[in-house]
Design a protein around this ligand. Sequence first.
Ligand SMILES: NCc1[nH]cc(CCC(=O)O)c1CC(=O)O
Length: 311
Amino acid sequence: MTSTPIRIATRQSPLALWQAEFVKAALEETHPGLVVELVPMVTKGDIILDTPLAKVGGKGLFVKELEQAMLDGRADIAVHSMKDVPVEFPEGLGLVTICEREDPRDAFVSNNYESINALPEGAVIGTSSLRRQCQVRAMRPDLVVKDLRGNVGTRLGKLDNGEYDAIILASAGLKRLNLHDRIRNEIEPEEILPAVGQGAVGIECRVDDERVRALLEPLADANTTYRVLCERAMNNRLMGGCQVPIGSYAEIHGDQIHLRALVGEPDGSKIVSGEVTGPLEKAEELGTGLAEQLLEDGARVILEKLYQDEV
Ligand SMILES: NCc1[nH]cc(CCC(=O)O)c1CC(=O)O
């Protein structure tokens, strides 16, 4: 049976292309005969590279052009790292499929040191994520955290030319790009809680496109979906934009889901954390509930200050 091709709108960074190719391969394998094409695009976020993300309007910048292409019918789906997917979608679009999660942890990368704890006093560590900065500063207030932007290759280049003693990146990104050997130490969630959705890939499409939705359905991973929806419900209740130090991680044990989360001051001077366990079907309510507990325990004060600084 010949049919209309499925067109994937994608950014052109190596990681974005890997993710798009991954979904293309999964679709083709699941539906023999289906033709899947990539539609490479440039987003504002790819152009404005030297301004801190918080100042240029956050990660929504990386998805707007892709979403417009789907709304205009120039593309059918967009593949995202779940941790970059904003809370709200434009009218007519939605996130319909979450694929199996890769390693959710952060990775410590350095040419000279084994771990965060092994860094000498005053060492320079690179990350642009307030979540990582906050948790690193809480562990090691003596370290200098320096902004680090660009795609994974660019960031590794900046480490290699001596601008940093170490950097922190998502393990999933390094593994997808075949850069496992750059990881010196996998940072466990007990040390640095990952970002909401880290390591998972999600697929967005037009919500009324029944054909595409049916084709995507077999790519969904049920456990990952519960985990990521639980983390996102927590984040949504906190109105967590990307430039807020929020960490979160959900795991499934049997029919129970366990969620950990934290909100912190960017300088690590204060961290409010909590956890909750409950039945899998209640994943989202549990997430919302934990967020409310964190707000009461001090997160509200931290967040109000941060949102005020933003405007
Ligand atoms: N913010 C950029 C980004 N978005 C997703 C990943 C990695 C892959 C993933 O988490 O799924 C990365 C790179 C990084 O943070 O090191």
